[in-house]
Ligand binder design. Structure first.
Ligand SMILES: [Mn+2]
Length: 355
């Protein structure tokens, strides 16, 4: 059980008692999928605070070592009761997930309790996936590959970007996913030069345009993320050139993934390849990111010293963007293995002309 493992890990070195405020981390530790909860993790006993909306459900899933504390009024009152009962004089806080408002009210209301920064320990633990988690991510990636195949039969001149976004949402939900991981990016023509383009409700796809699709699903609590760039009817030579550049850089980075390489070294593999082709200033964003219970989680795959480890799952997504003309990005999800990586997304990266 993850909560026990966390407490055991923290017992040796780390912030205990630890107030977990990040709902994703609470889900990771307890399985709770509701929208309101706090968790105080302590050495031998933990405390789970929520309100009547989730009482029956939470009680049904929490292990014996976790006490359910019903919040009747203010969160602070429930927290006070716990701290008093457990004799807690110092409480560690999750640094990325403690709102200033919560911190201030604790500071004011919890006299005699020291509030200390507790880092982001659970997020760090979450970087290394259990084989069961990798299996779910593999399935989430497969759902997205199936969606890409489905879309190839739908994309044609005259179809709007929005039609495609709706089709993706429909496909995912029909195929056992709770929803899309994020608003799908469907960028056709010049819009594709903006890495985080907002899909248009009205823009229709036209002959000769490039179409960049960035999408993912939430399946069984885990996310997929994939980008493919395709061509409609015919190919602009400038875009065909950058497609080859991006593909070569993306594949070189995928080949370089292995335990021990730093995120900065991996980022440089793709960046140097793109720079060598003359487009270095047109690749502005980082190479990728960790993915799991959140679409974007640790580690950030960009300039930095963090070493990749076996069972991390990351995206590799270089892009080249030419303002006014269009852009190309290719993104896969990969799981770091003992010797290299397993590419979880399997959609073809060959130049694809449709419609
Ligand atoms: Mn991504």
């Amino acid at each position: 059980m993850r909560l026990k493992k966390l407490a055991a890990t923290l017992k040796k070195k780390g912030p205990l008692p630890y107030l977990i405020t990040d709902l994703v981390n609470i889900r990771y530790l307890t399985g709770f999928t509701g929208t309101y909860a706090y968790l105080v993790v302590d050495r031998d006993r933990s405390y789970f605070i929520s309100d009547t909306r989730y009482e029956e459900y939470a009680r049904s899933i929490l292990p014996k070592s976790v006490e359910f504390v019903l919040q009747k009024n203010e969160f602070l009152e429930s927290l006070k009761t716990i701290l008093k009962k457990a004799g807690i004089r110092e409480l560690f806080l999750e640094e990325h997930a403690t709102p200033l408002s919560v911190y201030r009210s604790m500071k004011k209301g919890l006299r005699g309790v020291k509030l200390s920064p507790g880092g982001d320990v659970v997020n760090e633990i979450r970087m290394i996936k259990h084989p069961d988690e990798i299996e779910i991510l593999r399935q989430a990636a497969a759902k997205t590959d199936a969606c890409v195949r489905h879309l190839k039969g739908i994309i044609r001149p005259g179809v709007s970007e929005w039609d495609i976004a709706v089709e993706i949402e429909h496909f995912y939900r029909k195929n056992g996913c709770r929803k899309s991981s994020f608003d799908s990016i469907i960028a056709s023509g010049p819009g594709s030069s903006m890495p985080h383009y907002a899909t248009s409700l009205t823009k229709k796809i036209m002959k000769g345009e490039v179409i960049l699709i960035d999408m993912g699903c939430e399946y069984s609590g885990y996310n997929s993320d994939l980008t493919r760039t395709m061509f409609v009817h015919s190919i602009d030579p400038a875009l065909e050139r950058i497609y080859r550049v991006v593909r070569a850089a993306q594949e070189a980075a995928v080949r370089a993934v292995r335990p021990g390489i730093t995120t900065g070294e991996l980022d440089a593999v793709a960046r140097d390849s793109i720079t060598g082709a003359g487009y270095g200033d047109r690749f502005g964003h980082g190479l990728g990111h960790g993915i799991g219970m959140e679409v974007h989680e640790m580690p950030a795959v960009k300039k930095g010293d963090l070493k990749l480890m076996k069972n991390m799952v990351i995206t590799i997504e270089p892009g080249v963007y030419l303002p006014g003309i269009g852009g190309v990005r290719i993104e896969d999800m990969v799981a770091v293995t003992a010797a290299g990586c397993e590419v979880l997304t399997k959609s073809s990266k060959d130049i694809t002309v449709i419609g």
